[in-house]
Design a protein around this ligand. Structure first.
Ligand code: GLA
Length: 389
C-alpha cells in the first residue's frame, strides 16, 4: 500500500487504519425490527493508509477498483455523485461526520485496500464507512464517541446511499472484539460481549459467489412488510416494533395481519429475535449443540417465512447439514446470495470443505469459496508493520 501511496501522492508521513468485516452468528433481519442480533468481526477487512494535505482537496484511491483511478473532490462539495462510485461511502462519512465540534481544516489523501470478498454479505460497505470514520477521528484529533460514529455510518447507508439497512453491521464493525460475539439489543443499543469459546471448532464462511441481484430493493421490500405488520398489530397492541413481541403474543394477535405473506415475514422477525436470545443463553451455558440447532432453525425460517435464501444459499447450507462434525449452519447477512456460515469440528473441516464444495458445484454449476473465520478486533489504528499488502 505504501508504494501505491507514494506513487500517487508522493513520499509523506502516513497513518494506517483498519476496519473488519462481520459475520452474523444469529439474529437475521431483526435489527430494523427492534430485535436482537449476535454478530462478530472477522480478520478480513478494509485498510486505509492516509495523510493530510495542505489544501481542501480529498483524493481517494482503492486498490480494489484500480480502473476507477483517483477520485477527487473538495471538502466543500460533498454531494452524492454516481460517477464517484465506491468513493460515495467515504464521502458520505466525510459529509455527516463534520459538525460544530468536528471540523476538517484540510483535505487528505487516502489509499484503501480491502480483502473482504466483495458483495458477499460480509459488510464491505460498513467496513469502508467505519475505517473512514476511525481515520478522520484520528487525523483531526476528535473525541468521537464510537456509538455515534456507528450511527453516522448507518445514516450514510440510509440517507446517502439509499439502502434502508439497520444498525447491526456498523455496530459490529465499530465495537467488535477478538474472540467474542456481540449481543446487541437494536431497540436500546444495549450490548454485551459473549466469548466464543470454540476450542475444537472452527467457523467456516461459505461464499455462494452468486451476485446479489436486486438485493437492495428486495431488502427494502422486506422492511416495508414488517412496518406494515406493526401497523396492523397496533390496532390492538401498543407496540412500536416486532421485537417487543413474544411468540405467544404474536400467535394470539397474528390474525390482525391480513396478508399471509406479511404475516410470515412478521413471524420470522418475532421468532428469530427469541431464537437469538435463546442462542446466547445456550452459548453461555456451554451448550454448543443447542446453539447449532438454533442456527439451523434460523436458516429454515429465513428460507420458508422470510424468503431471502434462494437456491444457492440453500444448497450450501443443506449440504453443510449433511456433513459429519457440523454443529450448525445458516445463511448470514441480508441473503439473496452472499455467504453462509457453518460451525464445524476442527477434525472434520477438510472433509467438510471437499464434500460441500463438490455438492455445490454439482448442483449449481460453479464453485463456492470457503474461508476460515477468525474473530478479530473492531476498527482501529494499526502499527505500520501490520500492513498486509
Ligand atoms: C444487512 C443489513 C443489516 C441487517 C442484515 C440482515 O446486512 O445491513 O442491517 O439488516 O442485512 O440481518
Amino acid at each position: 500500500m505504501k508504494e501505491v501511496f507514494e506513487r500517487l501522492f508522493g513520499k509523506r508521513e502516513t497513518r494506517l487504519f483498519f476496519a473488519p468485516g462481520r459475520i452474523n452468528l444469529i439474529g437475521e433481519h431483526t435489527d430494523y425490527n427492534g430485535g436482537h442480533v449476535f454478530p462478530a468481526t472477522i480478520t478480513y477487512g478494509t485498510y486505509a493508509l492516509a495523510a493530510k494535505r495542505e489544501d481542501r482537496q480529498v483524493n481517494l484511491y482503492s486498490m480494489n477498483f484500480e480502473e476507477k483511478g483517483v477520485i477527487s473532490f473538495s471538502l466543500d462539495e460533498l454531494e452524492f455523485d454516481q460517477a464517484h462510485d465506491w468513493a460515495n461511502y467515504p464521502k458520505g462519512m466525510i459529509r455527516y461526520l463534520q459538525s460544530d465540534d468536528r471540523k476538517m481544516d484540510t483535505g487528505f489523501d487516502v489509499v484503501y485496500y480491502g480483502n473482504i470478498p466483495n458483495g458477499a454479505g460480509l459488510s464491505s460497505s460498513a467496513s469502508i464507512e467505519i475505517v473512514t470514520g476511525v481515520m478522520l477521528e484520528s487525523l483531526f484529533g476528535w473525541e468521537l464517541d464510537r456509538i455515534e460514529m456507528v450511527k453516522i455510518g448507518q445514516k450514510v447507508e440510509n440517507e446517502f446511499m439509499g439502502v434502508n439497512s439497520g444498525i447491526m453491521d456498523q455496530f459490529a464493525i465499530g465495537m467488535g472484539k477478538k474472540g467474542a460475539g456481540i449481543l446487541l439489543d437494536c431497540n436500546t443499543l444495549e450490548f454485551d460481549y459473549a466469548q466464543l469459546e470454540l476450542e475444537e471448532e472452527q467457523v467456516i464462511i461459505m461464499n455462494t459467489n452468486k451476485r446479489r441481484e436486486l438485493s437492495e430493493s428486495k431488502y427494502n421490500e422486506r422492511r416495508e412488510s414488517c412496518d406494515h405488520a406493526v401497523e396492523q398489530l397496533q390496532k390492538e397492541l401498543s407496540i412500536q416494533t416486532l421485537g417487543e413481541l413474544t411468540e405467544e403474543e404474536f400467535e394470539a394477535y397474528k390474525h390482525l395481519i391480513e396478508c399471509d405473506t406479511v404475516r410470515k415475514r412478521a413471524k420470522h422477525a418475532v421468532y428469530e429475535n427469541r431464537r437469538t436470545l435463546q442462542a446466547l443463553e445456550a452459548l453461555k451455558e456451554g451448550y454448543l449443540e443447542q446453539f447449532g440447532e438454533l442456527m439451523n432453525a434460523s436458516h429454515v425460517s429465513l428460507r420458508e417465512d422470510y424468503e431471502v435464501t434462494g437456491k444457492e444459499l440453500d444448497t450450501l447450507v443443506e449440504a453443510a447439514w449433511q456433513q459429519e462434525g457440523v454443529i450448525g449452519a445458516r445463511m448470514t447477512g441480508a441473503g439473496f446470495g452472499g455467504c453462509a456460515i457453518a460451525i464445524v469440528k476442527a477434525d472434520y473441516v477438510d472433509d467438510f470443505l471437499q464434500q460441500v464444495g463438490e455438492l455445490y458445484e454439482e448442483k449449481i454449476g460453479y464453485e463456492a469459496t470457503f474461508y476460515v473465520a477468525d474473530i478479530g478486533d473492531g476498527a482501529r489504528e494499526l502499527q505500520k508493520d501490520e500492513v498486509i499488502v
